[in-house]
Design a protein around this ligand. Structure first.
Ligand SMILES: [Zn+2]
Length: 105
C-alpha cells in the first residue's frame, strides 16, 4: 500500500489529513470531511483503500471549490475555468498526493 498523504496544499493553504475512526465530525454517513476553519481533512480510516483515495480527492475538490470561490449559481464556463485552474495548481504543488492517488493496486 502506498503511503497515505498527511497533508495537501490548496491555494496556498496547508491542510493536514488525518485518518480516523468514526467521530462527531464524520457523522454516520460520511467517509470524509473537510474543516476549513481548522485546515483539516478527516478520512474514515477503515474504508478500503480505493474509497480512501476517492474520498481524499473528494475533500481536495471541496477545498478548491472553497478557495477558488466557485458559487452554486456559477455558469458552466466559470466552474470549468476555476476547477481547471484549481486542480492543475493542486496537482503541481502536491506530487506526493498525486503519486498516492494514481498508484496501481
Ligand atoms: Zn462532499
Amino acid at each position: 500500500m502506498n503511503k497515505r498523504p498527511e497533508s495537501v496544499r490548496v491555494a496556498d493553504v496547508q491542510y493536514a489529513i488525518i485518518y480516523t475512526k468514526k467521530d462527531y465530525d464524520l457523522g454516520d454517513d460520511a467517509y470524509g470531511i473537510i474543516l476549513h476553519e481548522k485546515c483539516l481533512i478527516k478520512i474514515l480510516k477503515t474504508c478500503p483503500e480505493d474509497i480512501v483515495k476517492h474520498t481524499v480527492w473528494h475533500e481536495v475538490l471541496h477545498a478548491i471549490y472553497y478557495w477558488y470561490d466557485i458559487q452554486d449559481e456559477d455558469t458552466e464556463e466559470r466552474v470549468v475555468s476555476k476547477v481547471a485552474l484549481g486542480t492543475y495548481r493542486t496537482l503541481l504543488e502536491n506530487p506526493e498526493l498525486m503519486e498516492y492517488l494514481t498508484a496501481s493496486r
